[in-house]
Design a protein around this ligand. Structure first.
Ligand SMILES: Cc1ncc(COP(=O)(O)O)c(C=O)c1O
Length: 449
């Protein structure tokens, strides 16, 4: 052992904290200080700085948020951020939705105190979230067989789901798509799961290798938790058709898998209701499953950490028991969720006019992204792309999986100040009419030489 060591010396006046270099320095201690009256070691070695953390390696930089930091530091005026999953306006700004602004004004004027809220979050949210997920007239809502808690964004909902299924239900295996949003793997492995995977992307076809994927699902052990992207798959932008969802559901039931449906982009593909089709299909099948919702994107409330975990069970009584367990998970992790984002969403949810306006604002975001998909493809053709880029218009949601190699992504950054994720994912919402030509020329150039 080498380096600084730390000892506690019990003494009549309390504990004196000692820190000194290893043995040579230890020899300088007064004679007898190393012994206690009973003859045992007087110096009690407690693990401190060097021995506790000296072998811990630095964790890798987050592949997405890390790129965002590099983008911020870049001083080139032409820079374009296509890395992070945040919607940006035509002016390249992250919007504050009009309904959010209105809710903020009402909240400000209400002068409610910053008191602790309930463990399960704002009491208005479960009904709103369940209506978004299952539809107004859903059997799940009528029978009360689902419970919902407010969570710290979609990430927090996934963590609660992982903890509930592992700690309370005893699940030990979880399967994610390849590729997936990287945090799926981190959340579930850190929650104690052994990870398995199902293939979701065929590079040559630029499509989901559906039969291969079903085989991967069939090969999972019974009881495996399977994380499915309910819409707008991140990062590929490729979703199952309605028929394919039916086949996935069949395998889930046949193999006894435990579905966690992650819906972080509700409203960004076809519409708020349409994008919940997979969830409604699973609900109709009468099985138990979990859903993580996020309001980060569709309310543009990224930093407020607002979302929800919904657990669909078999009865009202079961839902009550599960709710009590989820609350215990929440209590032990963060006690109760922050009030602010929950209050804003609850204000919009509680006012039919604001709700209608919110739907329109989501539609506007969705339409702009779709327009940019077509604008990019057109600009790529005009720039003389050596590869057909029309696949971009067949992908959904905020992202496109471009097939760019890590080398090409690096060149885009170094030579053109265009930032994207190393796996080739670009955020279409970072493109606008001002930069689309520049982006297309750069994309074309890095493919040619
Ligand atoms: C697929 C997927 N799930 C969950 C999340 C988490 O969302 P939130 O920011 O609300 O935690 C994201 C965010 O990018 C995502 O892409």
């Amino acid at each position: 052992m080498s380096g600084v060591r730390h000892y506690l010396l019990p003494g009549a006046w309390g504990y004196i904290y000692f820190s000194y270099f290893n043995s040579p320095a230890a020899r300088l201690l007064p004679k007898g200080l190393g012994k206690d009256p009973a003859g045992g070691p007087r110096l009690r070695h407690i693990l401190m700085a060097d021995s506790l953390f000296s072998l811990v390696k630095a964790a890798p930089e987050d592949p997405i948020l890390g790129v965002g930091q590099q983008f911020k530091a870049d001083t080139r005026p032409q820079k374009v951020n296509l890395s992070v999953g945040m919607y940006q306006t035509e002016e390249g700004k992250i919007p504050v939705l009009k309904v959010v602004r209105e809710a903020e004004t009402r909240l400000f004027n209400s002068e409610i105190p910053h008191a602790y809220g309930p463990i399960s979050g704002n009491p208005a949210l479960p009904a709103f979230i369940q209506e978004l997920l299952f539809g107004k007239d859903s059997e799940v809502i009528r029978s009360k067989r689902a419970c919902t808690v407010q969570s710290l964004g979609g990430t927090g909902a996934l963590k609660l789901a992982a903890d509930l299924l592992h700690v309370v239900v005893g699940k030990t295996k979880a399967a994610t798509s390849v590729p997936t949003w990287g945090n799926h793997n981190t959340i579930f492995s850190q929650a104690g799961y052994e990870l398995a995977h199902y293939q979701y992307y065929d590079k040559a076809q630029g499509a989901i290798p559906f039969e291969h994927m079903l085989d991967d699902l069939r090969a999972l052990d019974t009881g495996t938790v399977v994380i499915l992207h309910a819409c707008c798959h991140n990062p590929t932008g490729l979703d199952f058709s309605a028929e394919q969802w039916g086949e996935v559901l069949k395998v889930v039931i046949d193999r006894g898998l435990v579905p966690v449906l992650d819906i972080a982009y509700q409203g960004f593909n076809q519409g708020l209701d349409e994008d919940a089709a997979a969830i409604r299909l699973f609900a109709k099948a009468g099985i138990s499953f979990l859903v993580s919702s996020s309001f980060s994107k569709n309310f543009s409330l990224y930093g407020e950490r607002i979302g929800g975990l919904t657990v669909v069970t078999q009865s009202e009584e079961e839902a009550k028991r599960i709710l009590s367990q989820v609350k215990q998970m929440a209590r032990a992790n963060y006690s109760n969720p922050p009030n602010y984002g929950g209050n804003l969403v609850a204000i919009v949810a509680g006012d039919p006019a604001l709700r209608a306006e919110w739907k329109e604002e989501v539609t506007a975001m969705r339409k702009r992204i779709r327009e940019m998909r077509f604008a990019l493809v057109k600009a790529m053709e005009e720039a003389g792309t050596p590869r057909d880029f029309s696949f971009v218009t067949r992908q959904n949601g905020m992202f496109s999986f471009t097939g760019f190699t890590p080398d090409q992504i690096e060149r885009l950054k170094k030579e053109y100040a265009i930032y994207a994720v190393g796996n080739g994912r670009i955020c279409i919402a970072g493109i606008n009419n001002h930069n689309v030509e520049y982006v297309a020329k750069a994309f074309t150039a890095v493919q040619k030489n």
